[in-house]
Write a protein that binds this ligand. Structure first.
Ligand code: PHE
Length: 460
């Protein structure tokens, strides 16, 4: 198959892990995981989240790798090649739609992290008291120009890396950025855990209080597993298609999952001890990182340095994720529609950036424009930013993940799946039947529970 040989791909084992883990590790781990953990009471929520990761996350990730590497195409094209003449490719289309929506708001939040990095470098938070930091965040995200300026910078960086191509772009940058990220988080976690009064934060993360565990918390955990592992929209199908035929897909899926989960827990260790040491409320919500941490850093020796490191780290983590989201769309337009890669990257980036600008404006100037949205059993009204977030995460990703696991579990021949996970029989693949039944039953049932919850059919 000549066209297969011409495709770009990851050159090394480390490149594969670094790129896929780079995709998984992002704002989901460092910004979202701590705040939903804070809202849901800590350790017990984390245990449920870990269960979701193991039972649903791992099989769905391996399913995506199998589809991508066997299909040797982008998210939609891989389905089309493995099941020609069937509507399964629509799963890939849905993923492309999800990629547009997620990257639009993701670029905005990532832009905030860039702005905060430069604020921290200039020592601008030093003179602010906690109330001023909170007010600053609120007024910053609601201004017209500044958030869009930083979003534009971030989207340009994302496009630049994707433009360089898979091997020279994603792999090269992930190799440099991922270990840097890990090192910075470890330093930050150590600093945070050695603050006086940090013990309460460590207890919050490690001592489960199951009485705090609501049905909502359980289902929140399941939903976040999808977003955090970059599952349900074809990211891991696209990356899977670049994985060398000699790599072990099962161990890759497990290593990526461990890395993602490890970074989320590390982020928790970096944030919660400090939150408790400085008497900040753990359930502060989505603003936790931006509203709370600058004041936390202000009360630390060397605060501006830690603050700069932290926000730079967030931007780096967001960048290795955003390139994987953009790559899903670029791979689709270049492989399915025959568009030049460069042209596809530029056009798609401009479109997504414009959608993101509207999302950013919806935090301020257009905040009165609301959309109806059905969530947890009732109609609520949400702004454009929230609509993009909620519709993609609560609706598109779970349905995508459902079809992905059903496809591998029931549509593909078990012999073909075994061939792919065992590299043509050269690996023992002892876990094979566990994986197949997880893809057939455990993951789909879990996903359906998330979905019914999102529609409000199951109440906590
Ligand atoms: N997993 C990324 C994060 O945690 C976000 C993401 C979602 C990336 C979906 C790709 C696809 O930040």
């Amino acid at each position: 198959m000549a066209d297969v040989q011409k495709r770009d791909g990851f050159a090394t084992k480390f490149g594969v892990i670094a790129a896929a883990a780079g995709s998984a590790i992002g704002l989901g781990n460092i910004w979202k995981f701590p705040y939903i953990t804070g809202e849901n009471g800590g350790a017990a929520f984390i245990l449920v989240y870990l269960g979701c990761i193991a039972l649903i996350g791992v099989p769905v990730m391996l399913s995506e790798f199998v589809i991508g590497r066997r299909g040797q195409k982008d998210a939609a094209g891989s389905f089309r090649r493995l099941a020609p003449g069937t509507p399964w490719f629509l799963t890939g289309w849905m993923g492309i739609a999800a990629a547009f929506m997620i990257l639009a708001f993701y670029g905005v939040v990532a832009g905030w992290t860039l702005h905060y990095t430069f604020m921290a470098i200039g020592g601008n938070f030093e003179s602010m008291d906690p109330a001023a930091v909170g007010n600053y965040f609120g007024s910053f995200i609601s201004t017209d120009f500044l958030p869009i300026f930083w979003q534009g910078i971030f989207m340009t960086l994302t496009a630049g890396i994707v433009l360089a191509g898979v091997k020279n772009g994603i792999e090269k940058y992930s190799k440099i950025l991922m270990p840097l990220l890990l090192g910075l988080l470890v330093i930050l976690a150590i600093r945070s855990m050695t603050l006086p009064g940090a013990g309460a934060g460590i207890d919050f993360l490690l001592k489960p209080d199951f009485s705090k565990l609501t049905g909502k918390a359980v289902l929140d955990a399941l939903g976040h597993a999808f977003f955090s592992l970059s599952l349900g929209m074809g990211t891991m199908i696209t990356y899977g298609s670049y994985i060398n035929k000699k790599e072990n897909l099962g161990t890759t899926a497990i290593q990526v999952t461990l890395a993602d989960t490890g970074i989320a827990l590390l982020a928790g260790l970096a944030i919660f001890p400090a939150v408790f040491a400085f008497n900040v409320t753990p359930s502060a919500g989505p603003g936790l990182v931006f509203v709370t941490l600058p004041s936390v850093f202000n009360q630390m020796f060397g605060g501006p340095i830690f603050a700069t490191m932290f926000f730079a780290l967030l931007a780096v983590a967001a960048l290795t994720s955003s390139i994987s989201i953009l790559e899903v769309v670029v791979a689709y337009f270049s492989e399915e529609k025959g568009m030049d890669r460069k042209k596809a990257t530029i056009i798609v980036t401009i479109l997504i950036t414009v959608i993101g600008m509207l999302a950013s404006l919806s935090m301020g100037r257009t905040s009165d424009i609301m959309f109806p949205f059905f969530s947890s059993g009732e109609w609520i009204r949400v702004g454009f930013f929230d609509l993009l977030d909620k519709f993609s995460a609560n609706f598109l990703l779970p349905i995508g993940g459902l079809f992905i696991s059903l496809f591998v579990g029931w549509k593909m021949k078990a012999a073909d799946v075994r061939d792919e996970v065992s590299n043509g029989g050269t690996l023992r693949a002892m876990f094979f039947w566990v994986f197949i039944w997880a893809a057939r039953i455990i993951a789909p049932v879990g996903i359906i529970i998330v979905f019914l919850y999102n529609l409000g059919i199951i109440q906590p």
